[in-house]
Every structure is written in structure tokens, then in C-alpha cells.
Write a protein that binds this ligand. Structure first.
Ligand SMILES: NC(=O)c1ccc[n+]([C@@H]2O[C@H](COP(=O)([O-])OP(=O)(O)OC[C@H]3O[C@@H](n4cnc5c(N)ncnc54)[C@H](O)[C@@H]3O)[C@@H](O)[C@H]2O)c1
Length: 340
């Protein structure tokens, strides 16, 4: 009998490709089943990836009862994450779910409580965290390179023509994209959100039904102020997916273009209108995989160590609380405290 982790993948749409590329020949994983509401989507992935032994089905609970896998990888749309996660936990599986954790904070809390009750890991795949540049930023900040961090700015502008569920969502930018940026800011500063003022809007000419642009000011623990400007409906001068970053501390600043190594300018001089600074490219030391492979690796490490992964659901709730705090602030037109 194989001692590999047996996995059922739920959701066989666009992002399932990234997961199957990672899991297909993974030495520690066997794809035992594929579930999708659209049987043809599951059949197609089975054929595309040569998973001849995998079972396919539209009824996830029935598939789990038959296959008794160890893990469900949830790559369904955000509105389905709760149903998939609860079914997986009820079947005794760990869950590695795509972001966002849930489509509401109430649903997120129910899912977290179910994972705790079941004694299983529910990890949210915040794959942006595993990028070597992000680990370098996190390490530099944690090591005190900037002194105390006071300010973080992130700008994100992409004219994204997806089609599909994002065009119909109420908060496509905040819930489906900004969750990555908010989680990254928590990852880099290790500060928690305390309050937010947000203006969410749907720009003229938008091809989305919901508000797809936002400007927000977050107050974070330790006095950090995080300003975010983002849009998925901005043609021209697009940023990368990480956005453009500036982190300011008492000893200097780090700028990150979202692609190359972040660059620090650290104050050296003690005289003059502008103090002399020294430039330092942050050393990139992380060699472990990023992306979905990085998420799977962190889950396997947590299972081996019988520990919680960095992005277990209880921690990830703080990132999701930033999303819904921003949504509520925009609806109220007011600065609001952020409650998990
Ligand atoms: N981490 C990243 O960088 C990244 C990138 C893109 C998408 N995502 C996330 O991945 C998830 C899926 O996105 P996508 O682009 O693949 O969407 P998609 O619409 O292409 O695919 C979703 C699939 O889920 C299926 N589905 C819906 N409800 C289901 C249910 N209850 N049970 C089983 N299957 C169900 C749909 O039929 C569809 O085939 C989303 O949460 C999205 O935010 C993450």
C-alpha cells in the first residue's frame, strides 16, 4: 500500500492546472480523485494529466466517503469554499484551500471552528508569501534593518479581463486579489490590523459588475500605517501582481518593484537637509519552492511536525478581516475598527 498522501482535488477550473502540475508527479502525493459540479471539467483534467487511476465525480461527499483520502485541495470558487471545506472536514480530511478563506467572516469562523473540532489542519494557500523576495523583506524587517516600521504603501493596477466568476462578484478586487496584498503586508510587518478607512468603487468603463477598485488606509499594530491603492480595471502602466511597494522605518526605507530584489536605503549621515543614505540590495536566501508547490511543501512540513502551518485558517482570518473591514468601511463611509 502506498504511503503517499491521498488527495481529492475539488474544483477543476483554471487554477486546478497549477495544482495538478505540482501534484501529478509529486513524490509524496497521489491524486486519488477529482470533483467538480461540471463532470466534464473533472473528466478533462483526468485526461489532460494522465490520471488514469483517479476517480471523478460531481458529489464531493460521496467521492470522499468512497475514497477516504487524507487531504482535500479546494480550488473551487470562493462562494463554494465553505461547503467544500465542511464536507472535507466531516470526512476526516485535512484541507488545503485556495484563497480567500471564505466569502464572509461568519462563514470563515464556522470553517475554523469545524477544523478545530475535527482536529484537522485547514491551511489557506497564500502562495504569494513563499516568494523569495517576500521572505527577504520579512527577514529584513524582523531583523530590525529599518528600525521600527512606520509606513507601508502598496499600489496595484492591472487591467484584467478574466470573464467568469470575478465579473459577477460584489467585491472582486478586495476579496479575490487584495487578500494577497493584505496578507503579504501582515507577513512582512508581522503587524495585525486594527482599523481601516476604505473607499471602494467601480470606475467608469468598468467591465465588472461589482466594485473593482479601492483606496484604503489601514492602522496596524505597533503604529504602522498601511496605504493601499488598487484596481483590476486600469488599462496601461500595469504593475506586476505583487504591486509596487514602499516600506518606511525609523532607520530608512525599502522599495520593492514586486519582481526584483527589494532595495533598502539606510540612513548613514547625521547632517544636512537630506541625510546621506547607503543602498543595499536585500540578499535573497530562500531556496524552497514558491507558488502552489510552496504551499503544499508548508502543509507537508506542518503535518510532519504535527504543527500549524504559517497560513493556518486561524491566522489567515486576520487577513480576511482586512478585506471585510475594508468592505464595511466603504459601505459605512467611515473609519471602522477591524474585528476578527
Ligand atoms: N493563488 C492564486 O494565485 C490564485 C490564482 C487564481 C485563482 N485562485 C483561486 O482559486 C480558486 C478557483 O479559481 P479559478 O480561477 O480556478 O476558478 P474557475 O471558475 O476557473 O474554476 C472553479 C471550478 O470550481 C467548480 N466548482 C464550483 N463550485 C463547486 C463545488 N461546490 N464543488 C466542486 N466544484 C465546484 C467550477 O465548476 C469550476 O470548474 C478561487 O478561490 C480563486 O480565488 C488563486
Amino acid at each position: 500500500m502506498s504511503n503517499k498522501l491521498r488527495v481529492v482535488l475539488a474544483g477543476c477550473g483554471g487554477m486546478a492546472k497549477a495544482w495538478l502540475n505540482v501534484m501529478k508527479d509529486h513524490p509524496r502525493v497521489e491524486v486519488a480523485g477529482l470533483a467538480d459540479l461540471r463532470l466534464e471539467a473533472a473528466e478533462q483534467k483526468k485526461a489532460d494529466y494522465g490520471l488514469s487511476a483517479a476517480r471523478v465525480g460531481t458529489d464531493l461527499a460521496a467521492l470522499l466517503a468512497d475514497l477516504k483520502p487524507d487531504l482535500v485541495v479546494d480550488v473551487t470558487i470562493p462562494a463554494a469554499h465553505k461547503a467544500v471545506t465542511l464536507a472535507a472536514l466531516a470526512a476526516g480530511c485535512h484541507v488545503l484551500g485556495e484563497k480567500p478563506l471564505a466569502d464572509s467572516l461568519a462563514n470563515a469562523r464556522e470553517m475554523i471552528a469545524a477544523a478545530e473540532k475535527a482536529g484537522k489542519i485547514y491551511m489557506v494557500s497564500q502562495n504569494y508569501r513563499w516568494q523569495p523576495q517576500v521572505r527577504a523583506l520579512r527577514q529584513a524587517v524582523a531583523g530590525g534593518l529599518l528600525g521600527d516600521v512606520t509606513t507601508v504603501n502598496v499600489d496595484f493596477y492591472i487591467g484584467a479581463h478574466f470573464g467568469g466568476f470575478r465579473d459577477e462578484m460584489a467585491h472582486p478586487l478586495l476579496l479575490d486579489m487584495s487578500i494577497h496584498h493584505f496578507d503579504l503586508v501582515r507577513c512582512v510587518t508581522q503587524a495585525d490590523p486594527e482599523a481601516v478607512y476604505c473607499r471602494e468603487f467601480n470606475p467608469k468603463g468598468s467591465w465588472y459588475k461589482g466594485d473593482v477598485a479601492a483606496t484604503a488606509v489601514f492602522e496596524m499594530s505597533g503604529g504602522v500605517v498601511f496605504t493601499y491603492r488598487g484596481s483590476w480595471c486600469a488599462e496601461g502602466h500595469n504593475t506586476g501582481w505583487n504591486g509596487l511597494w514602499r516600506v518606511v522605518g525609523t532607520k530608512g526605507s525599502i522599495a520593492w518593484d514586486g519582481a526584483s530584489a527589494p532595495v533598502a536605503e539606510l540612513v548613514k549621515g547625521t547632517e544636512g537637509f537630506k541625510r546621506e543614505c547607503e543602498r543595499l540590495e536585500l540578499p535573497i536566501e530562500e531556496t524552497r519552492p514558491a507558488g502552489q508547490e510552496g504551499s503544499l511543501l508548508r502543509l507537508l512540513e506542518a503535518l510532519d511536525a504535527n504543527a500549524r502551518p504559517e497560513t493556518w485558517c486561524g491566522d489567515n482570518l486576520k487577513s480576511l478581516a482586512m478585506v471585510f473591514g475594508a468592505v464595511e468601511s466603504a459601505e459605512a463611509g467611515a473609519r471602522l475598527p477591524i474585528r476578527e
